[in-house]
Design a protein around this ligand. Structure first.
Ligand code: NAD
Length: 370
């Protein structure tokens, strides 16, 4: 099918009043899940992703194939490509933009600072410019991060708490993204919702994240490195299951107001919102390891080292009262059951078969995975 036809077909909602969403970062972990969920309920979705090699490109290709099998089309391109964006908005009057493309990860920034500026600052501005020029102007929902709370020691973090102590370049670019989107909101009337995700995990997840790399190493009999904070305190994260994050993203899209910019649309200040999307129950990293060990039925080889102080924060903990009140957001999956689903996916995706006897749990998990 011709490119434009494919885009139009993918963008067309299959339910009355459905949205047409341009979803950046569609081949990413969160992007794949949100795209599928939108498509399943009859909204139109066109993905955009540059398929960078920050982590295993074959996993991104597999996610793209998964989306294609549900007739969700993913354009291969960069959010810095203003001409491509203009063409997309020319072909489809997108009602919403779900912006998830970013350079993620805190440690990668030490060797690759420019990629954070490219995707999280320059790319964001290019995308906002395209949204500003589009007619109609789409409502924008985008991924900020809990990392903006940085070295804040007051927990749980709520949206009005200070965000002036980023601990990494990644965090700084997300914080800058909040300032940039706010500026586009009040100058150009773009409707903006920023979502501060807290450590998202689940099937089709990101290989650079601890729960994923721990699983890989434990299965391969390799050691894992567990950081501990000052005074030997365990690090803790408010791990949030992907299905809960997806619900928060969709509720944000559903409650986003149309832009108030030029062209005869609604007058008055445009909507600007920031929400925490977390789980409200932090778990320490050693506990995460214990849950993985019990799911995999393999003992981990653990190296405990002091946190190097190059990007990680000691703990995260979301206050979700605002998201609960405004979006009806209420996470329902605890770490035990979420990791069970992740491990099941991992074993089936990487081909641990019950017959090969790769690991003790393979028989059990393989059966469940069918
Ligand atoms: P991901 O890396 O799996 O997905 C991001 C996708 O964006 C990737 O597929 C990548 O190829 C694409 N991309 C990057 N730069 C691009 C560019 N310039 N143009 C086009 N595509 C580009 O990450 P994820 O975990 O799915 O995260 C989604 C969003 O949520 C990101 O903005 C991330 O910063 C944010 N976030 C994630 C978490 C988490 O725990 N996963 C936590 C907080 C915030």
């Amino acid at each position: 099918m011709h490119w434009e036809k494919q885009i139009r077909a993918s963008a067309t909602p299959r339910r009355p009043g459905g949205m047409s969403v341009l979803l950046t970062g569609a081949a990413g972990f969160v992007g794949t899940h949100v795209s599928l969920a939108l498509h399943k309920r009859g909204d139109g979705v066109v993905g955009l992703d540059n398929f960078n090699n920050y982590y295993d490109p074959s996993l991104k290709k597999a996610r793209k194939a998964l989306l294609a099998s549900h007739s969700v089309f993913v354009v291969e391109g960069d959010i810095n490509d203003a001409r491509l964006l203009a063409k997309l908005f020319d072909v489809v009057p997108f009602t919403h933009v779900m912006h998830l493309a970013a350079q993620a990860g805190v440690r990668y920034a030490i060797e690759n600072p420019a990629s954070y500026v490219h995707s999280n600052i320059a790319g964001l501005v290019t995308l906002l410019e395209a949204c500003k020029s589009a007619d109609p102007q789409p409502a924008i929902v985008w991924a900020s991060s809990s990392s903006v709370y940085g070295l804040n020691e007051k927990v749980p973090f709520s949206e009005l708490d200070r965000t002036d102590r980023p601990a990494s370049l990644y965090a700084a670019t997300k914080k800058a993204g909040e300032e940039i989107t706010h500026t586009y909101n009040h100058i150009y009337g773009l409707s903006i919702t920023g979502l501060r995700f807290f450590t998202v995990y689940g099937p089709w997840g990101r290989p650079d994240m601890a729960y994923f790399s721990f699983t890989r190493n434990i299965l391969q009999g390799k050691p894992i490195t567990v950081y501990r904070g000052k005074n030997h305190v365990d690090l803790a994260r408010d791990f949030t299951f992907i299905d809960d994050i997806v619900k928060g993203c969709i509720a944000s899209l559903d409650t986003a107001e149309k832009s108030t910019g030029s062209g005869g649309r609604k007058r008055g200040p445009a909507q600007y919102r920031i929400f925490n999307l977390g789980n409200t129950s932090p778990v320490t990293v050693p506990t995460l390891v214990r849950i993985l060990e019990s799911n995999l039925k393999v003992k981990a080889k653990i190296n405990v080292v002091d946190m190097p102080g190059n990007g990680d924060v000691p703990f995260t903990h979301a206050n979700i009262s605002f998201a609960r009140a405004e979006l009806g957001y209420m996470p329902t999956t605890n770490l035990e059951s979420g990791l069970k689903k992740f491990v099941r996916w991992y074993l089936s995706y990487y081909g641990y078969s019950p017959r090969s006897g790769d690991i003790a749990l393979a028989a059990e998990a393989g059966e469940e995975a069918k």
